[in-house]
Ligand binder design. Structure first.
Ligand code: ZN
Length: 409
C-alpha cells in the first residue's frame, strides 16, 4: 500500500479514522523494560513507517503521542499508550522537524549515490541515516581527497540548479522497473513500485519520503571517509539543517578554545602543540625530581646511627618507581619497608619490602587490609590499594611483627 506520507511528503496534518487498536508492548530501541500500550492501524497515515534506510516518524493522533511507527505487510502500525476507539475520526499531526531532517538526509543520499556513480562508477551498497550523521557505503576500496572534493562540488552544484525531484508509481510488472536503480524489493512488497526521479540525474526505486526539489536540501557537506567492510568505503555526510547545526557546534567549540588559549582560531593548533610539549617537559622534570627525592629519603634513613627495623613512608605524589628506588637504596636485608603513594581518600599503590620470609608472610595480609591486590617475589610485594585510609592498621600490624621478632632474638 502507498501511504498518504508517500503521496504528499509535505502534509503535516491529516484527518483519518481508526481501523483497529490492540494491546501490545513496545521494546525501547536502546533496550530496557518493554512499554505497555496499543498498536493502532489507521485508514491511512502521514506518519512514515521506517523503510529504505529512513527511520520512522513521530507525531500525534489527536493529542496522543505516537512513540513508534512500524510496517506490518501493507499496514503502518502506530504504537501509542492510550487506547483509541475503532471507527473514531482522528486528526494526525506530524513531528515536522524530525521528518524534514529525514527527507533532507534521504534525498541527499540519493543525490550523492547518483553523482558518485556518474562521476566515478562507484555503486552504493548500503546506507545509514544516523542521529548525528549519515553514512553511504560505496563499493570501492578507497576514495581520494580529490574525488571527495569533486563529488561535494558537484552535488552542491545540482542543489543550486534547483533540479526537481518527482515520484512516480509504476506497476510491479512494468518493463521500466528493470531500468531503475534498485537494491531489490522487500519480500513482503505488494502494490505499485515507487520511483524517485531526480530530473536528468537519477531514477531510484524507494519507499521513503523525499523533497520535491534539490534546492530543499540547502547544502551537502561530505565529512570524509571511514574504513568500511572489505573493499568498501564509508562516506560520511550531512545535509541541510544538519550542516548549520554542525557549524554552530564547531563555532561554539572554537569560541571556547579562543578564550581558553587566549589566541585566535588560526593559532589554536600551534598553541595546543606548544602546551603538549611543555607538559611533556614538565612530566620529565617531575619524574627526575621524584627519583632524586627517593634517593635522598633513602640516604637520610641510612645516615642514622641506629636504624629502626621498620620504615614507613607515604607520599601523595609518586609512582611505583619512586617506591622501588627507595627500597633499592635502603637495601632490604634487615629493615622492613612499607611504602605507599596516592591520595589518602582514594586508590593508590603500595610496596612492602624486606626479609624474604617476612614479606612472603605479610604481603597478602597487607593487600587484604588495604582492599587491594598484589604480587611479589624475592622480598618485594607490591600492588594496588583501594583503601589507603587503612594504612594505620597496616602499620600497627607491621609494628607488632617487628617487636615480636625483636623479642625472639
Ligand atoms: Zn531511498
Amino acid at each position: 500500500m502507498v501511504f498518504q506520507c508517500q503521496r504528499d511528503s509535505w502534509a503535516r496534518q491529516f484527518a483519518t479514522r481508526v481501523v483497529s487498536c490492540q494491546a501490545a508492548e513496545l521494546r525501547p530501541e536502546g533496550g530496557g523494560e518493554p512499554v505497555r500500550g496499543f498498536q493502532v492501524v489507521l485508514e491511512d497515515t502521514i506518519l512514515f513507517p521506517e523503510g529504505g534506510g529512513q527511520p520512522d516518524d513521530r507525531g500525534l493522533i489527536g493529542d496522543v503521542p505516537v512513540l513508534r511507527v512500524t510496517r506490518r505487510g501493507p499496514e503502518a502500525v502506530h504504537f501509542v499508550q492510550t487506547a483509541l476507539e475503532p471507527g473514531a475520526a482522528v486528526l494526525l499531526s506530524l513531528d515536522w522537524e524530525r521528518r524534514f531532517d529525514h527527507m533532507q538526509q534521504h534525498s541527499g543520499q540519493h543525490l550523492i549515490t547518483a553523482i558518485a556513480d556518474l562521476m566515478f562508477g562507484f555503486k552504493t551498497t548500503s546506507w545509514e541515516l544516523g542521529r548525528q550523521r549519515s553514512v553511504i557505503e560505496l563499493d570501492t576500496p578507497c576514495l581520494t581527497a580529490e574525488q571527495i572534493e569533486a563529488l561535494e562540488r558537484s552535488v552542491n552544484e545540482k542543489i543550486r540548479e534547483r533540479v526537481p525531484v518527482t515520484v512516480r508509481e509504476l506497476a510491479a510488472d512494468d518493463p521500466e522497473v528493470e531500468t531503475v536503480r534498485s537494491r531489490g524489493l522487500p519480500d513482503d512488497h505488494t502494490g505499485p513500485v515507487r520511483v524517485i526521479n531526480i530530473e536528468g540525474i537519477d531514477s531510484n526505486m524507494c519507499c521513503g519520503t523525499h523533497v520535491s526539489n534539490l534546492s530543499d536540501l540547502q547544502v551537502i557537506k561530505l565529512l570524509g571517509t571511514e574504513k568500511g567492510k572489505k573493499n568498501k568505503t564509508n562516506l560520511v555526510f550531512l545535509a541541510g539543517n544538519r550542516v548549520l547545526k554542525s557549524i554552530e557546534q564547531s563555532h561554539n567549540t572554537e569560541k571556547a578554545l579562543t578564550s581558553l588559549l587566549k589566541n585566535g582560531p588560526g593559532e589554536h593548533v600551534e598553541a595546543v602543540k606548544r602546551l603538549q610539549s611543555s607538559v611533556k617537559l614538565l612530566q620529565k622534570n617531575n619524574l627526575n625530581l621524584l627519583r632524586d627525592i627517593a634517593v635522598l629519603i633513602a640516604r637520610d634513613f641510612k645516615s642514622k646511627p641506629v636504624r629502626s627495623q621498620l620504615f614507613v613512608l607515604h607520599r601523595k605524589e609518586g609512582d611505583s618507581e619512586f617506591m622501588n628506588i627507595i627500597a633499592n637504596e635502603i637495601g632490604t636485608e634487615e629493615t622492613l619497608l612499607f611504602l605507599t603513594v596516592g591520595d589518602e581518600k582514594e586508590a593508590g599503590l603500595f610496596l612492602l619490602a624486606g626479609p624474604v620470609e617476612a614479606v612472603e608472610n605479610l604481603g597478602p595480609r597487607v593487600a587484604e587490609l588495604l582492599g587491594g591486590k598484589g604480587a611479589g617475589k624475592r622480598g618485594r610485594f607490591q600492588g594496588k590499594a583501594t583503601k589507603m585510609s587503612r594504612r594505620g592498621e597496616v602499620e600497627a600490624l607491621l609494628q607488632e611483627f617487628v617487636s615480636h621478632q625483636r623479642a625472639e632474638t
